[in-house]
Design a protein around this ligand. Structure first.
Ligand code: CDP
Ligand code: CDP
Length: 214
């Protein structure tokens, strides 16, 4: 039986942290779908192009693996531009088949796949066996991102990080194509007061119950 896990939620909620731990625990391939939108944005930034068609669609179609490994995709400016390109329906369409293919054909030896993003449980993999929506208060999430920036040695202002994050979440929620929202059958976990271990245990209990029932 193939195990497919869809994880969605807003910025810095802890999606990637949980996805990596679940991938290790259940022997799954992991795809951070946000890296595809970030990679598309970085490609546009590097060529000095606006986040609009047709350049954005060409950038999405021509994504190179090297770009996804570039540390610059994690920059706040790239994240902001990523949420602009992510609102373009043709960009989302260009990335859809690739994401589905990743989930449907996990590498040899893997039991399945875990994908995280904004629309995995609602649009990319509506039939995923497990759906999780990971969230946390705006303040908790901004503090996590702020600490990450500090740890990287970057100068950051908490109030600015909070404002930018709210702006990005609002854009991701308000767009008409594949807006961020929990799937009806998703387990919602608010991680504001939980560390990564506690979140992992809650998710694992839920997944194990689904596996037993299936
Ligand atoms: O993938 P996403 O943007 O949702 O978040 P992440 O990169 O997994 O987590 C953002 C930051 O929050 C990281 O520095 C994690 O270590 C931290 N974190 C946390 O403090 N508590 C959790 N329950 C999960 C993550
Ligand atoms: O790590 P963080 O949660 O800050 O963001 P990310 O997951 O790397 O996603 C960056 C941006 O890509 C998001 O703000 C969304 O606009 C977009 N995105 C999306 O629209 N759909 C996805 N499945 C994943 C990301």
């Amino acid at each position: 039986m193939t195990l497919t896990i869809a994880i969605d939620g807003p910025a810095a909620a802890g999606k990637g942290t949980l996805a990596r731990r679940l991938a290790a625990a259940y022997n799954l391939a992991y795809l951070d779908s946000g890296s595809l939108y970030r990679g598309t944005a970085l490609s546009l930034l590097r060529s000095g192009l606006e986040p609009a068609e047709p350049a954005a669609v060409a950038a999405a179609r021509g994504l190179k693996p090297e770009l996804l490994a570039d540390p610059e995709i994690r920059a706040e400016a790239t994240g902001k531009l990523a949420s602009q390109v992510a609102a373009i329906p043709a960009v989302r369409a260009a990335l859809l088949d690739w994401q589905r293919g990743f989930a449907q054909h996990p590498p040899e030896g893997k039991r399945g796949a875990v994908l995280d993003g904004r629309d995995i449980g609602t649009v990319v993999l509506p039939d995923a066996m497990v759906k999780l929506f990971i969230t946390a208060s705006d303040e908790a999430r901004a503090m996590r991102r702020f600490k990450e920036l500090q740890a990287k040695g970057e100068t950051a202002i908490y109030a600015r990080v909070l404002e930018d994050m709210r702006e990005r979440d609002a854009r991701d929620t308000a767009r008409s194509t594949a807006p961020m929202r929990p799937a009806e059958d998703a387990l919602i976990i608010d991680t504001s007061a939980f560390d990564a271990d506690q979140v992992f245990r809650q998710a694992k209990d839920h997944i194990d119950q689904i596996i037993i029932r299936t």
